[in-house]
Design a protein around this ligand. Structure first.
Ligand code: ADP
Ligand code: MG
Length: 698
């Protein structure tokens, strides 16, 4: 077996490969494109394509594909082989510069939210040269952005690249104010921690709900769950360890910096954390990670569940989006420095994030909204649906002292003055203790913890980058015109703290009292996806994204439309799956068990005249009552599904109907089914139980 350094990136057309395979001037031209976003010369592209093809064929590739991230949330690929006919009836392997840079894809089968006019079904994919090409399944994959004929984004990557440009431009203005003339680019960086469940394939195959929807729609609480807290960081079981090893290797080959693997809080739940990297690459890598997690699981007769809430009553899965900003000279802009000057800069960037999160709470909330994530947010395990920032007591005290001109160190009576004082170092354990916060400062980065496990990281980072860019723009404008820079800085920071401190909350986010307090502070609480999707079309939000060229108004309306439709579709599939499972599996099981009980009563009475059958009779009438309630709930859900199927209404009205009628009907149906599961004999119950599934992997 190859050593890890040899294996790492072996399937990636990375910098080392480029340096050794490209002529020097081609390499330099490509570097300029990668680093400064310069336009790529077609002549250069032709040389790169040739080298890429030769390299790929040596690694066993036969095909190539533009690899992109349409609005479906999963990566798309269309494979073309390298072959091209040669005169003598043979073939040669070809790949042109044009094929590298631009591809044509039929856009009509991807959600476009009305952006793609029917007469123009073509969509284009364009190479993102800042993300390396790689080989997967004997196919050379070229990371690309996906746009309509008119240039509107049809994917998740295009806006992400635009937002990275926006934040770089504005952050650059701010660092220049602090005298860093050598900085030419600021990158947003992301390290997404990915949670997942791993279950036995044999169990999965017996659950239509898992197969159709990725989550269990029925299932009584197991007698042993996570009460004992014996899974978190627990010893990793043999099959799981083999899986993790295999997964790491596959990820390393693709250059994904998989670093940490451990058990999570719930039984069968695990986590993988990579080392952080530039945001668009992190987004591509997370997409690959999710794909490989599923694929590698198959090889081990396991199934990897990425759904946010596969099991009711058991912790769900999220994705922690660690985010920061760093300069091309290697400085992390969210890291408190060693000098008062550095700290002034840190405080300004910190305040920019605070203001951005407060002003665009709604956009952050909607950027992580999905039917799946609705089960998590606010369910005593994930952050609540209310966005707030955790800063830790020390940093909060410092901000208070700046705001009020009071001492932050009670003993020493030190007053914090921006640009005069050095901040204390915040050790990781004092900043990271609060696990309940949706948006936590963790010493040198922010951790956005509301993301669902199955969602691509692009969208939340588009919002973060753009909102912070907008604030940095205003800050830079204010400070560039100031006569006394430090006085203006002190005034600005003080004003931002005063105006936006309502978003800071260091307490327990799982506490109901917080929701009441948040409401008093005027923070938004949008519990469901249907509630928050209209944020996409609020004028203030459209204005922000248009200003920085990240989304046009049409693109935002399209996204609103796509997500409304997606929400309705997911719930429709769930409701229909429930109806079918109830009819075909659950009702028959209840009836069979009822008959068994009835037979038992009859035969017992025949055997011994006058015998007492109280137990069987009580069970039978219990089964009877729950089955009747089950069928009633079934009819009600069925009626609602028919109503929505024939409803002539706009997307929002339909989404609201799913939220207000269908979801509650599903819950009622489930409650009756779960009650029956507790009553019916195990050999008659058609579905593997939660206990069977969660403890299936040894
Ligand atoms: P944990 O949150 O589990 O305590 P760490 O704080 O060490 O673990 O890191 C969590 C994640 O944060 C990792 O994926 C790491 O790569 C990422 N991370 C660390 N520094 C940065 C940064 N500057 N920008 C973005 N992500 C970062
Ligand atoms: Mg973390």
């Amino acid at each position: 077996m190859a050593s890890i350094p040899e294996m790492f990136g072996s399937m990636v057309f990375n910098d080392t490969v480029m340096q050794s395979r490209l002529p020097k001037d081609t390499y330099q031209a490509l570097q300029r494109t990668m680093q400064n976003g310069r336009h790529l010369d077609p002549a250069v592209a032709a040389v790169v394509a040739g080298a890429m093809k030769d390299w790929a064929i040596e690694q066993g590739a036969t095909h190539y594909t533009h690899w992109f991230q349409p609005m479906t949330g999963i990566a798309a690929e269309k494979h073309d082989s390298f072959i091209s006919p040669a005169p003598d009836g043979k073939v040669i392997m070809e790949f042109s510069g044009k094929e590298l840079i631009k591809g044509e894809a039929d856009a009509s089968s991807f959600p476009s939210g009305g952006l793609r006019a029917t007469f123009e079904a073509r969509g284009y994919t364009a190479w993102d040269p800042t993300s390396y090409a790689f080989i997967k399944d004997n196919t050379l994959c070229i990371p690309t952005a996906f746009c309509s004929y008119g240039g509107e984004a049809l994917d998740k990557k295009t806006p992400l690249l635009r937002s990275m440009e926006a934040i770089s431009k504005q952050a650059l203005r701010v660092v220049k104010l602090f005298g860093h003339e050598d900085v030419t680019m600021v990158r947003s960086t992301v390290g997404p921690e990915q949670e997942y469940f791993l279950i036995d394939k044999a169990m999965y195959d017996r659950r239509k709900d898992l197969i159709n929807t990725g989550r269990t729609l029925f299932g009584a609480k197991p007698s042993k769950g996570q009460e004992l807290d014996d899974h978190y960081y627990g010893t990793i079981k043999t099959r799981v360890a083999a899986y993790m090893r295999d997964l790491d290797e596959e990820l390393w080959k693709l250059g994904v910096l998989a670093k940490t693997e451990h058990n999570e809080a719930a039984p069968a739940q695990h986590e993988m954390a990579p080392i952080f990297t530039t945001t668009n690459i992190a987004a591509d890598h997370n997409q690959l990670t999710m794909e490989l997690m599923k694929k590698v699981a198959e090889r081990h007769d396991l199934v990897c569940l990425l759904h946010e809430k596969p099991f009711a009553g058991v912790n769900g899965s999220g994705k922690h989006n660690n985010w920061s900003l760093s300069t091309d000279t290697g400085a992390n802009l969210l890291e408190p420095g060693d000098t008062p000057h550095e700290n002034a800069q840190f405080l300004l960037f910190l305040c920019a994030v605070i203001k951005a999160v407060d002003d665009y709470q709604d956009m952050l909330r909607v950027s992580i909204a999905s039917a799946g994530n609705d089960h998590r947010l606010g369910a005593q395990e994930a952050p609540p649906a209310v966005v707030s920032i955790f800063l830790g007591d020390e940093l909060t005290a410092i901000l208070e002292s700046i705001e009020n001109d009071t001492a932050y160190d009670a003993k020493e009576k030190v007053q914090m003055k921006v640009g005069v004082h050095t901040l204390p170092r915040f050790p990781k354990d004092t900043t990271d203790r609060n696990r309940t916060s949706p948006f936590a400062f963790t010493g040198n980065k922010f951790e956005f913890r509301m993301l669902g496990s199955s969602q691509p990281v692009s969208e939340p980072n588009v919002v973060l980058n753009t909102a912070v860019a907008g604030v940095l723009d205003d800050f830079a404008t204010e400070l560039e015109g100031a006569e006394d820079f430090h006085a203006a800085l002190q005034t600005l920071i003080r004003r931002v703290i005063k105006e936006h401190k309502r978003i800071i909350f260091n307490g327990n986010g799982y506490d109901d009292a917080w929701l009441a307090e948040a409401e008093k502070r005027g923070l938004l609480n949008l519990p469901t996806t249907a509630d928050c999707l209209p944020c996409y079309i609020l004028p203030k939000n459209i204005a922000l994204f248009e200003k920085y060229g990240v989304y046009s108004e049409a693109e935002m309306r399209a996204r609103y439309d796509i997500y409304l439709t997606n929400y309705a579709k997911v719930l429709h599939i769930e409701a229909c799956t429930m109806l079918s499972m109830t009819r075909k599996d659950i009702v028959p099981a209840a009836i069979r068990y009822g008959r068994e009980l009835a037979d038992a009563i009859v035969s017992k009475k025949a055997a011994i005249r006058g015998i007492n059958c109280k137990v069987e009779e009580r069970l039978l009438s219990n089964i009877q009552a729950h089955t009747a309630a089950l069928v009633e709930a079934l009819d009600k859900l069925d009626a609602h599904v028919q109503t929505v199927d024939t409803m002539n209404a706009d997307g929002q009205t339909r989404a609201n109907f799913y939220r207000d009628a269908i979801i509650p009907a599903m819950e009622t149906l489930r409650a009756e089914a779960d009650a029956l599961e507790m009553l019916v004999a195990k050999d008659l119950w058609p579905l593997p139980s939660y206990g069977d599934i969660l403890f299936s992997v040894r």
